[in-house]
Design a protein around this ligand. Structure first.
Ligand code: COA
Length: 380
C-alpha cells in the first residue's frame, strides 16, 4: 500500500502505452475499393442517373487524399469488410456479456503497456477514465470493464469530448491528483473510429483509423524518475454543428432513419479548418503566456492528428516559423486521424529523445468544438 501522507499533489505523466492494430489500409487499396463501389452503384442506377432522378457518384483519388489530408494509410480492426465494396463497414462477431468487449480489449492492451513502462503495480492505481469519441455501449462503463480486467481497486467512468477526449481526461486525472482524491489514474483512449466513419462518403472516407492509447497520470511522489511534469492544462469548448454525429439511443426507435449518413461522422471540412486553426493557435499562445512559457521556445508540439495542413498552420502560428518534423512530428501519414488518440500517439512515439528541462505541448482539437492543452516538462 502506498503511503498517501507523502503525496505532493503535483500531477505528472509517468508513462504512456499504445496498441496498434496489425492490419493497415493504404490509400491505393482504399481508393480501389471505393471506386469499385462507385462503378457498381452507377451501373445499377444507370437508368435513374440517365433520366436525371439520381446523381452519379464520383470516384475518389489517392492524389487528392494525400494532398488534402497528408494521410497515406490507416490501421483498422477489420480490414476485409471495410474494403469489400458490398459492405464498406467494419464487422466482427457479436461477443457475449461474458467476453471482454472489443473497445475494452484494445484499451487494456494500451493500459498494460503504460503500466509496464512506468514499472507500476495495479494495486497503486486508483482510477480508470475511458476517454474516447465513441463508446461501445452506454453502460456498464467501458472504464469499469477495463478496471475489472486490470484488477484495479477504485473507480472508473467514461467521458466523451470527441477528438479532445484524451486531453480532457488528462486534465480530469490531473485534478484528482491536485485535490488529493487519487494518486494514480489511467486515462485510456480506445478509438475504433472505423465504426463511425462513412466509408461510402467520398469527402471523408479516407480520414480515420483505429488505435488505442493510455496515459498514466500520477502524483509526482509516486512517479518513476523518467516522467513528464504537467506544467499546466487548459480546456475549451465552443458549440458548432460543423462536425457532428447524430447516432444515439433516442433515434434507434426509427429503424428507417438509424442507418442514415447523419448517424455517422459528418463534417464541413473547410469550415472546420478555417475556424479551428485560429481558435487553437490563440488558445495555445494565451495559455503559454499564462504559464510564463515562451511559445516560440517550445521544444516540441504533439498536436492532434486530423489534417497535415491544419497542423502546419497551428505550429507555424505558435512557433513563429514553419515547423519541421522534429518540432511537430506527424503520425497522421500512417495512422490517419485517430480522434482523441492522435496527439498521444505522437507523444508516445516521439518523446524519448528530449532532455531534462525541455518543455513541450500535447494539444487536441475537434468536434464540439473542443480543444485541450497539456504543457509538459521533462523531469530530470
Ligand atoms: N477524391 C478526389 N477528390 C475529392 C475527394 C476525393 N475523395 N473529396 C473531395 N474531392 C474534391 C471535391 O470534389 C472538390 O472538387 P472541386 O473543387 O472541383 O469542387 C475538391 O476536392 C475540394 O473538396 P473539399 O471537400 O472542399 O476538400 P478540402 O480540400 O477541404 O479537403 C478535408 C477536405 C476534409 C480533408 C479538409 O477540409 C480537412 O481536413 N479539414 C479539416 C477538418 C478535419 O480534419 N476534421 C476531422 C475531425 S477533427
Amino acid at each position: 500500500m502506498t503511503d498517501t501522507t507523502k503525496m505532493s499533489g503535483r500531477p505528472v505523466i509517468s508513462a504512456t502505452g499504445l496498441f496498434t492494430p496489425e492490419d493497415s489500409i493504404s490509400n491505393e487499396e482504399l481508393v480501389a475499393s471505393f471506386n469499385e463501389y462507385v462503378r457498381r452503384h452507377n451501373e445499377t442506377n444507370a437508368a435513374a442517373i440517365e433520366s436525371g432522378q439520381m446523381d452519379a457518384l464520383t470516384e475518389s483519388s489517392v492524389e487528392f487524399i494525400e494532398k488534402a489530408s497528408g494521410i497515406k494509410a490507416r490501421h483498422v480492426m477489420a480490414k476485409e469488410p471495410v474494403l469489400d465494396p458490398d459492405v464498406m463497414a467494419p464487422r466482427w462477431p457479436q461477443r457475449s456479456n461474458d467476453e471482454l468487449s472489443l473497445l475494452a480489449e484494445i484499451g487494456v492492451k494500451a493500459a498494460r503497456q503504460a503500466l509496464e513502462n512506468a514499472g507500476r503495480k495495479v494495486e497503486d492505481v486508483d482510477a480508470v477514465l475511458c476517454a474516447a469519441s465513441n463508446m461501445e455501449r452506454p453502460y456498464p462503463a467501458m472504464a469499469i470493464e477495463i478496471q475489472q480486467e486490470l484488477g484495479i481497486d477504485g473507480f472508473g467512468f467514461d467521458m466523451n469530448v470527441a477528438c479532445s477526449s484524451a486531453t480532457f481526461g488528462i486534465q480530469t486525472a490531473a485534478d484528482y491528483i491536485r485535490s488529493g482524491n487519487a494518486k494514480s489514474v489511467l486515462v485510456v483512449s480506445p478509438e475504433i473510429t472505423s465504426g463511425h466513419l462513412n466509408w461510402r462518403d467520398r469527402d471523408s472516407h479516407f480520414i480515420f483509423g483505429d488505435v488505442a492509447t493510455a496515459v498514466l497520470v500520477e502524483d509526482a511522489a509516486l512517479a518513476p524518475a523518467q516522467h513528464w511534469d504537467i506544467v499546466g492544462t487548459k480546456l475549451k469548448t465552443v458549440f458548432s454543428n460543423n462536425i457532428r454525429n447524430n447516432f444515439g439511443f433516442l433515434n434507434r426507435a426509427y429503424p428507417e432513419d438509424a442507418e442514415g449518413p447523419d448517424k455517422l461522422f459528418v463534417q464541413e471540412g473547410r469550415k472546420v479548418f478555417k475556424e479551428v486553426v485560429p481558435m487553437v493557435a490563440k488558445m495555445i499562445v494565451d495559455e503559454a503566456e499564462r504559464l510564463d512559457i515562451d511559445p516560440q521556445g517550445l521544444r516540441r508540439l504533439w498536436l492532434h492528428q486530423a489534417n497535415a495542413g491544419m497542423n502546419r498552420l497551428i505550429a507555424q502560428r505558435v512557433l513563429g516559423h514553419e515547423a519541421n518534423e522534429d518540432e511537430s512530428p506527424t503520425v497522421l501519414d500512417t495512422y490517419g486521424n485517430t480522434s482523441s488518440a492522435g496527439s498521444i500517439i505522437a507523444f508516445h512515439l516521439h518523446n524519448g529523445d528530449l532532455e531534462a528541462g525541455d518543455t513541450g505541448l500535447i494539444c487536441s482539437f475537434g468536434a464540439g468544438y473542443s480543444a485541450g492543452t497539456v504543457f509538459v516538462r521533462k523531469a530530470g
